[in-house]
Design a binder for this molecule. Sequence first.
Ligand code: SF4
Length: 63
Amino acid sequence: MKVTLADYCIRCGLCEDLYPDLFKRNYEKHCIDVLYDEIPEDKQERMRQAQADCAVAAILIKE
Ligand code: SF4
């Protein structure tokens, strides 16, 4: 599983607040970083939850 954030991410920070093991605010680049290039098996369900929680559906998952 690979994850990217869409350009239309509004940088609300909710994903980092709820899933700090998966996302981190990047204050230099004014974006949100996904902490893994390849999402580990044991975090994939949490990533799907994060995708569902994002209000603008900006978390894009490629299986
Ligand atoms: S919750 Fe969605 S819109 Fe908000 S920062 Fe995360 S990816 Fe972007």
